[in-house]
Design a protein around this ligand. Structure first.
Ligand SMILES: Cc1cc2nc3c(=O)[nH]c(=O)nc-3n(C[C@H](O)[C@H](O)[C@H](O)COP(=O)(O)OP(=O)(O)OC[C@H]3O[C@@H](n4cnc5c(N)ncnc54)[C@H](O)[C@@H]3O)c2cc1C
Length: 472
């Protein structure tokens, strides 16, 4: 620990009290490695303010002592965005104690939640007043409102409701000079120039600390139906989505799952089994919902699937007969990352291309990667309707203790070049963090990089906010 860090920690202890400053390495240890266990950092302390006023104190101290802060929510980032540098030159700023829901208004269809509120808790709280916050994802039991906002997270219902950018009406944040931006008014119309709220959404903690967020709510679900469908190709899956969209606006989840991912889940995740008899090359998990009790959503889904089966569009399908079965289908989808992690070494690429191009991209890119690196297996799963696939390359018989170091970068560059050539994005919803920073620098046009750097320098001239992340 250097002199500046010691001074910062002493001053923080005086202002925040013992609960607000953690220096015991055993308590800090679980929070300095990323969720995938790939990046290991170090931090001399974890500061844990419990109010916006305390965050202001911390940011001012960090600026005074020139000690960088690494904001952290649930530490579920897929890009190691909340992992501190390995040399211990920054302190962690945990927002998890900032966890009050300040207000919920069914009338205004708005909730104001502090940054540390866990997504699953927000879901439960708004349900109690007949409303719903429609964004959800596999990490909902740990990820926080601040982290979701800072990564502009997407998840499984983007098809109908959009990413965080579409669901945040405004936010409160402490800027790097200790001043506060308050955008919590919930105004539907506000054209006072640049939107600081939108700038901070997806900023990955590099421009300030989000302390609270005003979130759009929608009416609670009155009926939901979940189906598991077997199809023979991603192209068929997309045709099925378009078929559904022509007949109903109830579809809000449409997740593509390749057979090999299903088999990995069955192998590694206790209590899971294939929803359909027989083998299908590809699967789709469909969720349809309605907020109107008079609509028979299950009947509607069954009728449309029956038509799709008759026309040969799909191979087989089953509509969940109970909530428990619906949850079992979702468990398969939500467990893919965990199952892959259990299977062994794997490189993850969160990519997007134009929706209509995704089926061909997926098939062609998998074949090209497997041809270029014989022995690996490449496939993609996820949000087909958003043109966003998690394109994963498993080490297969090339696995070795140093596989990531030996080949990881080369394979990732190969994939990112394919994505860029297809006009796509190397980060659809997981952000840049530290894992994709070099690739952003390599592939983004100079204008984009220049603007990122200029904005960062204008708001954070001392470089105290999440150094080494996002901005190349
Ligand atoms: C099993 C699993 C499934 C996932 N599925 C999806 C998915 O479907 N779609 C998707 O988009 N993402 C998904 N993710 C990743 C997703 O980005 C995170 O789950 C979530 O958005 C991060 O929330 P967090 O609280 O854990 O943030 P952290 O991981 O703690 O932080 C993420 C980033 O935000 C910054 N940050 C955190 N809090 C603040 C704050 N208050 N102010 C400023 N900066 C802050 C951090 O510095 C870091 O850069 C998944 C992750 C897991 C583990």
């Amino acid at each position: 620990m250097n002199d500046s860090e010691t001074k910062l920690i002493d001053a923080a202890q005086r202002r925040l009290g013992p609960k607000g400053v953690i220096t015991d390495p055993k308590e800090i240890e679980p929070w300095v490695t990323d969720w995938r266990g790939r990046v290991h950092g170090a931090a001399p302390a974890m500061l844990a303010p419990a109010s916006t006023e305390e965050v202001i104190e911390v940011v001012k101290l960090a600026a005074e002592h020139r000690v960088p802060l690494v904001p952290q929510g649930g530490n579920t980032s897929m890009a190691a965005g909340a992992t501190p540098p390995a040399d211990g030159s920054a302190v962690l700023l945990s927002l998890r104690r900032l966890n009050r829901i300040r207000s919920i208004s069914a009338e205004n269809r708005l909730a104001v939640a502090e940054a540390g509120v866990i997504l699953a808790m927000l879901h439960d709280a708004v349900k109690d007043v007949g409303m719903r916050f429609p964004l959800t994802l596999g990490a909902r039991g740990s990820c926080t409102v601040g982290g979701l906002t800072s990564t502009n997270a997407g998840g499984t219902q983007v098809l109908k409701f959009g990413t965080m950018r579409a669901l945040v009406t405004g936010l409160e944040a402490v800027l790097p000079d200790g001043s506060v931006h308050n955008g919590l008014s919930g105004l539907k119309k506000d054209n006072r120039g640049y939107s600081l709220d939108q700038l901070l959404i997806g900023a990955e903690g590099t421009l300030g600390v989000i302390t609270a967020v005003a979130l759009k709510l929608v009416p609670a679900i009155a009926g939901r139906a979940v189906a598991w469908v077997g199809v023979d190709s991603p192209g068929r899956a997309l045709q099925l989505l378009r078929f559904f969209e022509a007949h109903t606006d109830a579809v809000e989840g449409f997740e593509l799952v390749p057979e090999e991912c299903l088999q990995l889940v069955i192998k590694h995740i206790r209590g899971t089994r294939s929803p359909l008899d027989g083998s299908h090359g590809w699967h789709v998990l469909i969720e349809a919902t309605t907020s109107k009790p008079v609509i028979d959503i299950g009947g509607q889904l069954e009728r449309l699937l029956g038509e799709a089966l008759q026309s040969g569009l799909i191979g087989d399908a089953v509509v969940a007969a109970s909530e428990a079965q619906a949850e079992a289908f979702w468990k398969i989808r939500d467990s893919i990352s965990e199952a892959e992690r259990a299977e062994g070494q794997m490189l993850a690429h969160d990519i997007s291309v134009a929706v209509a191009d995704m089926p061909a991209f997926l098939t062609d890119a998998s074949a090209e990667v497997e041809r270029a690196f014989p022995g690996v297996t490449a496939t993609g799963f996820g949000h087909l309707g958003d043109g966003n696939i998690h394109f994963h390359v498993r080490a297969g018989n090339r696995a070795a203790p140093n596989w990531y170091e030996a080949e990881g970068l080369e394979i990732t560059r190969f994939v990112d070049d394919l994505v860029t050539a297809a006009g796509g994005s190397i980060s659809a919803e997981h952000g840049i963090g530290q894992l994709k920073r070099a690739e952003l620098a390599r592939l983004a046009p100079p204008g984009r990089i220049g603007a990122l750097r200029a904005i960062k320098h204008a708001l954070d001239p001392l470089g105290i906010m999440n150094p080494g992340k996002l901005v190349p």
